[in-house]
Design a protein around this ligand. Structure first.
Ligand code: SF4
Length: 346
């Protein structure tokens, strides 16, 4: 019978030391292994050359990591890369690596599929397959760091890939803990952003538990339109969502980002922009306007550029920071709302 090995990838220093002690090893071995995993990005125990071979063999028999198989990397004309990963149970997930001038950002997945069913999102059409483990979330960052020429440029992480991160709260928090801890990936909590469709109880927990950036996928300024686009709005309507955002503990000078996917004739009218201004009035808010990314089988369309600019102007005239996001990686289906674990078919 095959023994079940311990998943050590996302263990904290304390946990891995305790595990090493439980194995009859000196506790420092735990710290040594963690250094290999997090700093040297080891793929196997064989690479851990300062551990003697008999001990490496013992570790191999009892511990496990490296859960993602990189099956493909698609390169966009704009330089964006979409990584396709196969999980050990065959489910597929995606991560998108976006190059900026002086750094790069990785958009990672938190679930295989998603239960939230947002109308504009390909992931939502799949339904939920399962939550990712903390190790599977973390390993997306590790795998991409291993693959790129300058891993130190990868400083920003956004949890905006497949899945609703707050629906997988415990594992997401554990993975994020590893991303920001000095003995982990040592990234700044200011450079990590979690995007939610608006799960209010978990948003409140998040505000108490960890100081990372919050983005809210808003997409409408009235309940009727939002419920049409995002079924979650029926459970957590706008008034409650915005109240939670207003009460969210924001460190100095930080803002909540509101994402607003502009869809032709659904949420792109002047009155939508005006409603949005009153909904977010007096908030420390930044609005990202994302022109809808058309997929071949969607009945929704992108507004004209004139309408997009007019929408933005209304927000700017009301003193909001409103940015039209240039969608990167559209040609490889890596842009917002286009992630669907497509390698499943390849
Ligand atoms: Fe899920 Fe986000 Fe897609 Fe909505 S937009 S279905 S929350 S992945």
């Amino acid at each position: 019978m095959e023994t079940i090995k311990t998943d050590i990838m996302a263990m904290s220093v304390d946990e891995i030391e305790e595990w090493a002690s439980g194995m009859g090893l000196e506790a420092y071995r735990g710290r040594q292994i963690r250094h290999w995993l997090m700093k040297r990005l080891a793929r196997s125990f064989d690479e851990m050359t300062d551990i003697k071979k008999p001990l490496r063999l013992l570790l191999k028999e009892s511990a496990d990591f490296d859960f993602l198989e990189k099956t493909n990397v698609l390169l966009s004309q704009d330089g964006t890369e979409k990584y396709l990963f196969r999980l050990r149970d065959g489910n597929m997930i995606e991560a998108v690596h976006i190059h900026e001038k002086d750094h790069s950002t990785l958009c990672i997945s938190s679930q295989a599929g998603c239960a939230m069913g947002c109308r504009f999102c390909l992931t939502g059409r799949q339904g939920l397959k399962r939550n990712l483990t903390a190790s599977e979330i973390l390993e997306q960052v590790i795998q991409v760091k291993r693959s790129v020429k300058e891993p130190e440029r990868l400083t920003n992480i956004v949890l905006m890939g497949m899945g609703e991160p707050l629906a997988n709260y415990r594992n997401v928090l554990k993975a994020v803990g590893n991303l920001i801890s000095s003995d982990g990936m040592n990234l700044s909590h200011r450079k990590i952003t979690l995007s939610t469709c608006g799960l209010i109880p978990e948003m409140k927990r998040l505000g108490r538990d960890i100081g990372i950036n919050l983005a809210v996928s808003l997409n409408a300024a009235d309940d009727e339109t939002r419920s049409y686009l995002m079924p979650v709005n029926r459970k957590y309507p706008l008034s409650r969502l915005i109240k939670t955002c207003r009460e969210f503990p924001l460190p100095n000078r930080r803002m909540i980002t509101f994402e607003y996917i502009l869809i032709r004739d659904i949420n792109d009218r002047e009155k939508d922009a005006i409603n949005l201004c009153s909904l977010l009035s007096d908030m420390r808010a930044k609005i990202n306007l994302i022109p809808f990314n058309q997929s071949s089988d969607s009945d929704m369309a992108q507004p004209s550029m004139e309408k997009i600019l007019n929408f933005q102007k209304i927000l700017l005239d009301n003193n909001f920071t409103a940015i039209i996001r240039k969608s990167k990686g559209r040609d490889i289906m890596a842009a917002c709302g286009q992630l669907a674990g497509q390698a499943a078919a390849s």
